[in-house]
Ligand binder design. Structure first.
Ligand SMILES: NC(=O)c1ccc[n+]([C@@H]2O[C@H](COP(=O)([O-])OP(=O)(O)OC[C@H]3O[C@@H](n4cnc5c(N)ncnc54)[C@H](OP(=O)(O)O)[C@@H]3O)[C@@H](O)[C@H]2O)c1
Length: 330
């Protein structure tokens, strides 16, 4: 079967390649085999391949934090899944044609949602949801600010916040994104053009307190969000797209009581039991079915073209995600 591997850390489009490997083997009683129908290329996959992710795997390694799969085989002890079921895997190494995993690491996904959206269900939708639910006790009417607002997480967060009556100031780096993000339900969209971002965020929030800032950029962007939140406010860093450590001014932490904290989906899912995790994915799949979560896709590649797919995903300023369909067109 075909699988994506990289044998050295580096620029993903240069180190990622499609190789032939032995198939996954027989299922043990508690295992399933699924074929991967589609997977997205996420920023975390790119940093995994460059060696900048939380942990560095032994090489060669297979990336892939998420996918949508179809069960092809179940072990004798598996009763809640059957061949044909669609699943997302809670494990990594999804950039491959088939995968064998313990059944309790799979979550069944309803079959009536678009495969491309289902392929992007595992990571970004719950990230947006838990950033809204777990960091600050937000109430309807509260203002929050997020940067990287044109990201998949950012767009999903706009919709989930609006459902809850939470108002969003959305920071982007391209002026042409203002109208689309407003159309999506963003209450305000601010372009980070290098001039007094914090002041413009506060103005966009009508001078009302901005209680939470959600930061996927890091570096100096964190400092700007620290300046934008109210006294006692919280900045939650969940990504490092700038490639630099978050900067936070001491005076804001000491005299204004601003808290800077961090989020990683796995850590926050671990606080929940299996039933709660399943309920989260059921709710988010329902949002996909309703059309309320609909992340744009720019292009879908075959697995053999992984180098081109990676090259495409390295270019920001895109209109949507890059997906790969390892077992033929969707
Ligand atoms: N901590 C967690 O558990 C967790 C979970 C999911 C995602 N994340 C993080 O969330 C972030 C977004 O992920 P995604 O999959 O939603 O992203 P995505 O859809 O691939 O979009 C990436 C976005 O980042 C923007 N961007 C890239 N570099 C930037 C920079 N230096 N400064 C400002 N903006 C920049 C791009 O802006 P343009 O549109 O202008 O190109 C684009 O909108 C990533 O950092 C990812 O690692 C973290």
């Amino acid at each position: 079967m075909k699988q994506v591997q990289f044998a050295a850390f580096g620029l993903p489009s240069q180190v990622g390649r499609c190789v032939e490997v032995v198939d996954v083997g027989e299922t043990a009683a508690n295992e399933i085999v699924f074929e991967i129908l589609a997977f997205p290329i996420n920023p975390a996959d790119l940093s995994f391949m460059t060696g900048r992710y939380a942990s560095q795997p032994p090489l060669p390694a297979t990336p892939g934090a998420e996918s949508i799969g179809r069960v092809v085989k179940v072990g004798s002890g598996v009763s809640d899944l059957k061949p044909g079921d669609r699943i997302i895997s809670l494990l990594r190494e999804n950039w491959t044609q088939r995968r064998r995993i313990p059944a309790d690491q799979a979550i069944k996904v309803r079959a009536d949602i678009a495969l491309a959206q289902a392929a992007m269900l595992r990571i970004n939708p719950p990230t947006a949801l838990l950033l809204l639910e777990d960091i600050v006790d937000l109430q309807p009417g509260d203002w929050i600010v997020q940067n990287g607002a044109n990201s998949a997480v950012g767009k999903i967060l706009i919709g989930l916040a609006r459902e809850r009556g939470i108002r969003t100031v959305n920071v982007v780096r391209r002026r042409e994104l203002v109208a689309p993000l407003k159309a999506l339900g963003g209450d305000a969209v601010v372009v980070d053009d290098g001039t007094d971002l914090a002041g413009r965020v506060r103005t966009a929030a009508n001078g009302e307190p901005v209680r939470l800032a959600i930061d996927c950029v890091g570096g100096q962007a964190t400092r700007k969000l620290v300046d934008a939140v109210c006294d006692g406010g919280t900045v939650c860093v969940y990504g490092g797209l700038a490639g630099e450590d978050s900067a936070a001014p001491t005076h804001a932490l000491v005299f204004r009581g601003v808290t800077v904290t961090g989020f990683m989906l796995g850590r926050f899912l671990m606080k929940r039991n299996r039933a709660q995790i399943t309920a989260i994915y059921d709710l988010l799949a329902q949002r996909i079915a309703d059309g309320r979560i609909n992340v744009p896709v720019e292009k879908i590649y075959p697995i053999e073209d992984i180098a081109q797919a990676l090259k495409h995903s390295e270019d920001y300023g895109r209109d949507g995600k890059i997906l790969v369909a390892p077992n033929g067109p969707l």
